[in-house]
Write a protein that binds this ligand. Structure first.
Ligand SMILES: Nc1ncnc2c1ncn2[C@@H]1O[C@H](COP(=O)(O)OP(=O)(O)OP(=O)(O)O)[C@@H](O)[C@H]1O
Ligand SMILES: [Mg+2]
Length: 258
């Protein structure tokens, strides 16, 4: 579904991505981890075709993004749902209008049918459909992020979901609701998911594979078990107190088969 081959990326003279190669198969859920500034968000932008690599290839759903027109890129982006860290909802639209936005704009469905779809999607992400008349400002940060996931799922029926720090700054309960949704998407929708996160426990809960980025390069690509037994110094320092015992204690090794 997604492959990067020998991708290098410069912004002006800054060498940001220094030769990255990986392939993510259909239905995989992959966590991209790494220190702040390592290049994680840049990788998402390369997958979205928002950045064009200086060299190397980015292929999404079988299509090489190199030299595509903005129009063709937009077609491909329709297969991708993106959840930004701040939720990025339209402030002046209600929750229901946010979630139903794409259908309101691009389909000929009747309003009552769109409303039915909105209700289903809000229920899918564990929100009370009654909140659809509220404005985003009136919701907590965790609820806003769930609305953002609902909107992304609804708008494009995506084959790929990309999340940038979806659980950062949320309390444990709100975090669990988000990771539950990712697990549900994984199980029920055969969607390929890429989750950029600093939250190692969340990554363990949802991902079947981990890619660690350091200074624009991949320093690890493998399972959770392999990550926990890696001897690379920066991996050990990134994991900090998180180890096999903690993962077992939190029952994180069983759920994803890691
Ligand atoms: N427009 C830009 N111009 C110059 N440098 C940039 C630009 N955007 C990003 N960078 C640099 O590229 C590097 C990677 O940035 P990126 O946003 O991908 O990091 P990240 O891993 O997502 O970090 P964080 O965890 O803090 O979100 C950083 O060193 C950043 O300073
Ligand atoms: Mg980032």
């Amino acid at each position: 579904m997604i492959s990067l081959s020998n991708v290098q990326f410069y912004i002006d003279e800054h060498h940001i991505i220094k030769g990255i190669t990986f392939a993510i198969g259909e239905g995989e859920t992959v966590a991209v981890i790494g220190q702040s500034g390592s290049g994680k968000s840049t990788i998402l932008k390369l997958i979205l075709g928002l950045y064009e690599p200086t060299s190397g290839d980015v292929v999404v759903d079988g299509i090489n993004l190199g030299h595509l027109s903005e129009r063709d890129l937009r077609q491909i982006r329709k297969r991708i749902g993106m959840v930004f860290q701040d939720g990025a909802l339209f402030d002046s639209l209600t929750v229901g209008e946010n979630v139903g936005y794409y259908l309101l704009e691009h389909s000929k469905l009747k309003l009552t049918d769109i409303d039915g779809e909105v209700v289903n999607m809000l229920e899918f992400v564990g929100l009370d459909p009654l909140i659809r008349d509220r404005l985003p400002d009136e919701l907590s940060g965790g609820m806003q992020r769930r609305v953002a996931i609902a909107r992304a799922l609804m708008s494009t029926k995506p084959r790929i979901m990309l999340y940038d720090e979806p659980t950062t700054g949320l309390d444990p309960q709100a975090t669990k609701r988000i990771t539950d949704i990712m697990l549900r998407i994984r199980e029920q929708r055969n969607v390929t998911q890429v989750i950029v996160t600093h939250q190692i426990a969340d990554a363990f809960r949802v991902a079947d594979r981990f890619i660690m980025v350091e200074d624009g390069r991949i320093v690890f690509d493998g399972s959770g078990k392999e990550l926990l037994s890696a001897s690379h110094e920066s991996i050990i320092s990134f994991l900090g107190p998180f180890n096999t015992a903690v993962a077992k204690h939190c029952e994180l090794l069983e759920e994803t088969g890691n």
